[in-house]
Design a protein around this ligand. Structure first.
Ligand code: SF4
Length: 248
């Protein structure tokens, strides 16, 4: 399988795959979702909660906060957070006080609870290591793939090209001066929704895909970098294949 990074910005990346087996690409996707170990809050002791939010809901919300997971701390036991706040206050993930600064919330602005005047929460939360097969809160990000788009415009001079271009939800079509085209370097952004084709007709713009190319997309929730996610997922996949090989 050949891989070429077509975009790698911040927390997301897109990789163009060629010479692949779809079953292997899907195994990679599943390995990202189910096989990568991350940290998440797993055990909450609530000392005080006079807010209108039930303890169980509060604990669930804490569990869903993505925590930075330094790979070097892998399997190194548990970490904890303390929270003690009094209303009126919007309590965010950044208000959690970590036992280790390297295991801070990945999205500090994430809202946990809105405390009204006089309401208070006081709690301690402990983390656990896990993967998406254990609980979805450990899943490190969003991952999906699709075939590489193919857009055919038989005649670029089209009356009302601007209106056709405006139908595109990801803004990859150019329709200036009644000339319809795909913006430079934007073809792989096409999500194959066919909104343009449905509007203008397949004789004006036709959407299909190339079955020998796949765009594999990963967006991290912030626990790990995309590179770490892919490396961990592939290593999990390798371990599983080796184990099967040894058993048969
Ligand atoms: S198929 Fe959808 S995303 Fe692709 S060019 Fe047409 S409108 Fe845009």
């Amino acid at each position: 399988m050949k891989a070429e990074i077509i975009e790698n910005e911040g927390n997301s990346a897109r990789v163009l795959l060629k010479d692949f087996k779809v079953s292997l690409v899907n195994a990679m996707r599943r390995a990202v979702i189910n096989g990568v170990k991350t940290l998440a809050i797993d055990d909450v002791t609530i000392y005080k909660n006079t807010s209108s939010m039930y303890d169980e809901i509060l604990a669930t919300r804490l569990g869903l906060i993505p925590l930075k997971t330094p790979i070097e701390l892998k399997e190194k036991g548990k970490f904890s957070f303390k929270l003690k706040e009094m209303g009126p206050k919007a309590v965010h993930a950044s208000d959690l006080i970590p036992s280790d600064k390297d295991v801070a919330p990945a999205i500090p602005d994430m809202l946990i609870i809105n405390l009204k005047e006089g309401e208070a929460v006081e709690l301690e939360a402990e983390t656990a290591w896990g993967n998406g097969a254990h609980h979805t809160k450990f899943t490190p990000g969003h991952v999906f793939y699709h075939f590489y788009p193919k857009i055919t415009i038989p005649n670029s001079k089209v009356k009302g090209a601007a209106r056709i271009a405006a139908m595109c939800p990801v803004d990859i079509l150019d329709g200036e001066k009644d000339t319809l085209s795909v913006k430079k370097g934007k073809l792989s952004d096409c999500i194959l929704c066919k909104a343009c084709e449905d509007y203008a007709g397949s004789d004006v713009i036709s959407i299909s895909s190339e079955s020998d190319k796949i765009v594999f997309e990963v967006e991290s929730w912030g626990q790990l970098t995309v590179r770490e996610i892919l490396n961990e997922a592939l290593s999990t996949l390798e371990d599983e294949v080796t184990e099967i090989g040894e058993k048969v």
